[in-house]
Design a binder for this molecule. Structure first.
Ligand code: C2E
Ligand code: MG
Ligand code: MG
Ligand code: MG
Length: 282
């Protein structure tokens, strides 16, 4: 720990900070420099049509290559970035990078939709609709090649404004999905009013599908609910053939998970198109 630049961790430690506080502060300082130093990157995880085995999209997942700590998980730094406001810059970087990538793939004859996670603060602060409109124009990207993943918590906060913003995005032609569905508090009557296209069943329900009858019931119900509202369903965290088989039998539309591919660097995605698709989902 003493190796940290300028020995500042020690100084803070001496000043009475606990170790956790000290590490957190160091992470925050490093985060401020990370964009300029080009330390963030996006990995992409394919989303596959369960019936045809075709890759229909990719979720963009951010990674931070920290010069000393190595790869820092988004589960660790996104909540921190939400708290200190850095998420606005990081989120804009992510959207821009994803749009540029989507355009590149489209130009190469692979019109893959890219799904980008939006954090609550990003959604509520400023005009995310304008930001996205400008990016689509800048990259000449068709709106339907961009999907935004929102969480239930986003939608519950300031619901009138959220609804208006979603309406705006929907009219632009951007695809909207609810991420981690089932883990939040959205009521069904509320869901009915949202201008969304896709529900993503949280991986916590998919994980134990083979052994937990309650999870099977929940997954089955969510698929039926989504279809009755004309929504498509993505299952997250699909790791086994058994899980895939259950999902297929119950009419789930799209799967995403290690069974097909982990999140990978963008240059890997074209190779999956040609080699993996038919094999993984026979
Ligand atoms: P998420 O949006 O629900 O993303 C799915 C997470 O599940 C990813 O973790 C992915 O790597 C992981 N995953 C995918 N398939 C499997 C599987 O088969 N098994 C298991 N066990 N896990 C699987 P990751 O990349 O660590 O991201 C964690 C969370 O961080 C994301 O959850 C999302 O909430 C957030 N995040 C990631 N990138 C961004 C970003 O660019 N912006 C924002 N605001 N949040 C992001
Ligand atoms: Mg997501
Ligand atoms: Mg998710
Ligand atoms: Mg999740």
């Amino acid at each position: 720990r003493a190796k940290h630049a300028g020995g500042s961790w020690y100084e803070l430690y001496d000043a009475g900070f606990g170790q956790q506080e000290t590490e957190r502060l160091a992470l925050e300082t490093a985060m401020h420099r990370a964009i300029d130093r080009d330390e963030f990157l996006l990995n992409y995880q394919p989303q596959v049509d369960i019936r045809t085995g075709e890759i229909i999209g990719c979720e963009a997942l951010i990674r931070w290559r920290h010069p000393e700590l190595g790869m820092v998980s988004p589960a660790q730094f996104i909540p921190l970035a939400e708290e200190n406001g850095m998420i606005i810059r990081i989120g804009e970087w992510t959207l821009r990078t994803a749009c540029r990538q989507a355009k590149e793939w489209q130009r190469a004859g692979m019109p893959v939709r890219i799904a980008v996670n939006l954090s609550a603060r990003q959604f509520h602060q400023g005009d995310v609709g304008d930001t996205i409109e400008n990016l689509l124009r800048e990259f000449e990207l068709p709106a339907e090649l961009l999907e935004l993943e929102l969480t239930e918590s986003i939608l519950m906060e300031d619901s009138a404004r959220s609804l208006a913003m979603m309406g705006k995005l929907h009219r632009m032609g951007v695809q909207l999905s609810i991420d981690d569905f089932g883990t939040g508090y959205s009521s069904l009557s509320y869901l009915k009013r949202l201008p969304i296209h896709i529900l993503k069943i949280d991986q916590s329900f998919v994980r134990d599908i083979d052994i937990d009858a309650d999870d099977r019931a929940i997954v089955t119900a969510v698929i039926a609910l989504a279809h009755s509202m004309k929504l498509r369903v993505v299952a997250e965290g699909v790791e086994s053939e058994q899980q895939l088989d259950f999902l297929r039998r119950h009419g789930c539309d799209i799967m995403q998970g290690y069974l097909f591919s982990k999140p990978v660097l963008p240059e890997i995605i074209p190779t999956l198109f040609t080699t993996e698709t038919e094999r993984a989902i026979a």
